[in-house]
Design a protein around this ligand. Structure first.
Ligand code: DX5
Ligand code: ZN
Length: 215
């Protein structure tokens, strides 16, 4: 199966509730929330307060992607707000073991994200503590970018070394390229512009889920 996690970065910032409900009505599995600190990435997005309000209106897990230089300073704030899965980047200088341990101790799931230029060797020491590996398929910071095909081999590599956790792709994932990711071992697809800008997200969601059944 394939889980679909619409990224609210592509939602109308003045109508987050409307757009989040539209994705839940369409049958999404998770909601992907991008958090940006204007340091790790050249953009700013979403605070714990937004996560808290989303948690109050959503019935699906909140998949929170921290694109921050010092995520260790904010883990409790996002966990208090209701993050169900908290993903930190492998490229930060913070103690990854300590962060993953804290997230688990507080009852949430852990994710480690890799920028396109970062190899899987950066996460190999942590695979037992990571419920999910997020492979960025674009340079983090903005939606609407084109998927970087060169990254796809990382998905196969992770499966070939025996990783059994979730593998998520984030950035430029579309209906026309999703099957090739699933065939490599992908289990979660983040989709922003493709889903929020389509006429009938419910019909698209059904087609996307059907791709997971084909594998
Ligand atoms: C980019 C974010 C992605 C982005 C995906 O840094 O992490 O979640 O919103 O949007 P699309 O699917 O439009 O590339
Ligand atoms: Zn993201």
């Amino acid at each position: 199966m394939i889980r679909i996690a619409p990224s609210i970065l592509a939602a109308d910032p003045l109508n987050l509730e409307r757009d989040a409900r539209r994705m839940m009505d369409a049958g999404c599995d998770w909601l992907h929330v991008d958090v940006m600190d204007a340091h790790f990435v050249p953009n700013l997005a979403y605070s714990p307060a937004v996560v808290k309000r989303l948690e109050e209106i959503t019935a699906v897990p909140l998949d929170v992607h921290l694109m921050m230089d010092h995520p260790e300073r904010y883990l409790d704030m996002f966990l208090d707000a209701g993050a169900d899965l908290l993903t930190v980047h492998a490229e930060v200088s913070s103690d990854l073991h300590a962060m993953l341990h804290k997230i688990h101790r507080r009852g949430a799931k852990t994710g480690i994200a890799l920028k396109p230029g970062t190899g899987i060797s950066a996460v190999e020491p942590y695979l037992d503590e990571a419920d999910m590996i997020l492979t960025m398929t674009v340079e983090p910071g903005f939606g609407g970018q084109k998927l970087n095909e060169a990254v796809l081999s990382k998905i196969s590599e992770l499966r070939s070394i025996g990783y059994k956790g979730e593998i998520e792709a984030d950035g430029g994932v579309k209906e026309h390229n999703l099957q090739s990711l699933i065939d490599r071992g992908l289990t979660v697809a983040v989709m922003g512009t493709a889903l929020y800008r389509c006429e009938d997200p419910k019909a698209m969601m059904a087609r996307l889920h059907a791709m997971g059944e084909q594998k």
